[in-house]
Design a binder for this molecule. Structure first.
Ligand SMILES: C[S@@+](CC[C@H](N)C(=O)[O-])C[C@H]1O[C@@H](n2cnc3c(N)ncnc32)[C@H](O)[C@@H]1O
Length: 234
């Protein structure tokens, strides 16, 4: 079915195109650096992974839940803190590369980070594909008529598989870069973020699905270390 593009969509289409172009360029530059013989190889891995993550958030949403697709689906405009965290990691990498260049050349450590990033990415996108239209980048507080509780696939192992994937993905990016300060910072900040987010999300899920969600909570853990979720009355 052909979708008629209305004139008012044009500025958005332009912004979507700009973001796709920027991410495509970053991905290409990341690959070039990755395969170049320089001391920035691991930064190339990171740049490739980062641009792929944001592009694939948009693309996966467009396939699995096009109803919720917006410019924000790239997760580039998400939060100020996220941007600050990104700039902090680039700054740490550059400063340490200048002062302690040897610190950036632990290939085995960067490979470990890459494994975490790839595993986290696969888990996150598998969760989006499994939950389909029930997955939304924004926590829903009003139940859509067709919102169903998902407990199959990766959701039978973790209650919050996409957050598990994103959590290990973000830690993995700092291990790739061999950034000790940001590794500690990212671990603490993302853990606190997901603890708060899961608390808020589970209050709504208990309101939406009642006893079914309580049973799900009893059978399945959140998947994130030391995060129990919202265990309370609904
Ligand atoms: C960004 S998605 C994250 C989903 C889930 N927390 C995860 O990590 O895979 C947030 C939306 O998913 C919905 N959601 C979370 N768990 C769900 C489940 N098991 N079944 C259906 N919808 C769910 C919430 O209502 C919320 O609007």
């Amino acid at each position: 079915m052909t979708r008629i593009i209305k004139t008012r969509d044009a500025p958005n289409l332009y912004k979507i195109g700009v973001r796709a172009g920027l991410l495509g360029n970053a991905f290409g530059i990341g690959l070039l650096i990755s395969f170049s013989n320089t001391t920035w190889t691991h930064f190339g891995w990171y740049l490739t992974a980062l641009s792929f993550f944001h592009w694939s958030e948009y693309y996966t949403t467009s396939v699995t839940n096009s109803r919720s697709l917006t410019l924000e689906s790239y997760l580039l405009d998400h939060s100020r803190e996220y941007k600050i965290a990104a700039v902090a990691s680039w700054t740490e990498f550059t400063l340490e590369w200048l002062v302690f260049p040897g610190l950036k050349q632990f290939k085995w450590l960067s490979i470990l980070g890459l494994i975490l990033v790839i595993g986290g990415e696969v888990l996150r996108k598998t969760s989006m594909i499994t939950a389909r239209s029930n997955f939304n980048h924004y926590v829903q507080h009003i139940k859509q008529h067709d919102h169903q509780l998902v407990t199959h696939g990766v959701y039978q192992y973790f209650r919050h598989p996409s957050y598990v994937g994103w959590f290990y993905w973000s830690i993995g990016t700092q291990i790739i870069l061999c950034n000790p300060i940001c590794l500690v910072g990212y671990t603490i900040v993302s853990w606190r973020f997901f603890r708060q987010r899961i608390h808020e999300e589970e209050i709504s899920l208990l309101n939406f699905f009642g006893e079914h969600y309580v049973d799900y909570q009893k059978e399945t853990g959140t998947g994130l270390p030391f995060i129990k979720g919202y265990i309370g009355r609904y």
